[in-house]
Design a protein around this ligand. Structure first.
Ligand code: AMP
Length: 305
C-alpha cells in the first residue's frame, strides 16, 4: 500500500555552534530539516528525510519525537559524523557569518525513499542541490501537488549548476534577500524575483529578516512585515521555521492558491518570530497552537489598515 505523506522534507539534521551578542552555545540541535519539521508539525504530520552520523545524540532524536515527525527516513550512517555548522551573528542580527561548515555524512548520503512513498507536499530544505534532485527524482507528480525549495549562499556559490537544474523543476522558491541577489546578480528584489521565476519556480518568497517577506506569484504580489519583537535572542533557524510554518499550513489546507499562500506566509512569519526568542529549538518546544493563533490575531491587527 502506498504511504501518502501530507508533507515531506529533505534537509540537514545538525549539531550547531552558535554565537550571538547575547551568548554562545556549542552543541545546539539544529539543521534546516530539524527546524522545518518541528515548525511544520504544528499544522500537519511531517516525514523527515535526512542523514546523521553515529554520534547523533539520542536526546535530539527524542526532541523530534515530541512532535508528529516521522523518522523512518532518518538514516544513521555507520561510522559517520553528523553535519556540523558554526555561525556568528553581529549586533545587527540580520548580519550572519558562517564560521565553519563540516558536511561529514552529507558527502556520502544517497537519499532513498521507500518505493511506496508518495508525499503530497515536498520541501527541499537547505542542503546540497544534488541531494534535493535525488529526492525529486523519486517522487511522483502530479500526485505530489507542490514542490518548494530553499537554498543558501554556500550552495549558490559551490553548486550553482546543480541548483539551477533543481529550480527548473520546483513550483516555489523561498530564499532570503542576500541569497536572491547572489543568485540573480540583481540588487532590486522585484526584478530579481522575476529573474528567479524565469529560472523555474512560478512562486517566489523572499525573506528579509526583521524587514518581513515578499511573495510573488505569476500575476500577484504581497508584502508582509515581520512580527515586531522587542527581544530577538538567536536568529538561527528563523528561515527554516518560516518555511515549515508556511508549508505546514499549505499541506494542512491542501491548497496553494494565492489567498492560501498569503495566510501561509503569515503563519510562517509567526512561527519564525517564536523561534528567535530563544536558542535553537527551545522556544518551539514550549509553543502551543493557542499561542500561534493569538499571535496571528495580534499580527493581523498590527498590519490591517
Ligand atoms: P536558517 O534558518 O537559515 O537560520 O538555518 C539555520 C540552520 O541551517 C542551522 O541549524 C544549520 O545547521 C543549517 N545549515 C547551515 N549551513 C548549511 C548548509 N550549507 N546546508 C544545509 N544546512 C545548513
Amino acid at each position: 500500500m502506498t504511504q501518502r505523506y501530507p508533507l515531506m522534507v529533505i534537509g540537514t539534521v545538525a549539531v550547531d555552534a552558535v554565537e550571538t551578542p547575547f551568548g554562545k552555545q556549542n552543541e545546539v540541535f539544529g539543521g534546516s530539516a530539524s527546524y522545518f519539521s518541528y515548525a511544520a508539525s504544528f499544522f500537519t504530520p511531517v516525514e523527515l528525510v535526512a542523514v546523521v552520523g553515529e554520534d547523533f545524540p539520542s536526546e535530539y532524536r527524542k526532541v523530534l519525537l515530541e512532535r508528529p515527525i516521522g523518522l523512518d527516513h532518518l538514516e544513521v550512517l555507520p561510522g559517520g559524523k553528523t553535519f556540523r555548522w558554526k555561525g556568528k551573528y553581529e549586533s545587527d542580527l540580520n548580519v550572519a557569518h558562517t564560521l565553519e561548515t563540516h558536511l561529514n555524512v552529507l558527502l556520502t548520503f544517497k537519499p532513498k525513499l521507500k518505493t511506496t512513498v508518495n508525499p503530497q507536499y515536498l520541501f527541499l530544505a537547505n542542503i546540497d542541490p544534488e541531494l534535493q534532485e535525488e529526492v525529486l527524482n523519486q517522487i511522483k507528480r502530479p500526485a505530489c501537488k507542490l514542490v518548494a525549495c530553499d537554498t543558501m549562499n554556500f550552495w549558490i556559490g559551490k553548486k550553482r549548476s546543480d541548483l539551477l537544474k533543481v529550480l527548473k523543476r520546483v513550483d516555489l522558491l523561498v530564499v532570503n534577500d542576500g541569497e536572491t541577489r547572489e543568485l540573480t546578480q540583481e540588487h532590486n528584489l522585484i526584478k530579481a524575483a522575476k529573474i528567479i521565476q524565469e529560472m523555474g519556480p512560478a512562486t517566489v518568497v523572499i525573506k528579509k529578516g526583521e524587514h518581513g517577506v515578499l511573495l510573488f506569484s505569476e500575476s500577484q504580489f504581497f508584502a508582509l512585515p515581520a512580527y515586531p519583537l522587542e527581544e530577538v535572542f538567536d536568529p538561527t533557524g528563523a528561515g527554516d521555521s518560516f518555511a515549515g510554518g508556511m508549508m505546514g499550513y499549505l499541506a494542512k489546507e491542501n491548497r496553494s492558491d494565492f489567498e492560501t499562500l498569503k495566510q501561509a506566509v503569515a503563519y510562517g512569519s509567526v512561527i519564525a518570530s517564536f523561534t528567535v526568542e530563544r536558542f535553537g529549538l527551545e522556544r518551539l518546544r514550549k509553543l502551543t497552537n493557542l499561542e500561534i493563533e493569538e499571535r496571528l490575531s495580534d499580527f493581523k491587527r498590527i498590519c490591517h489598515f
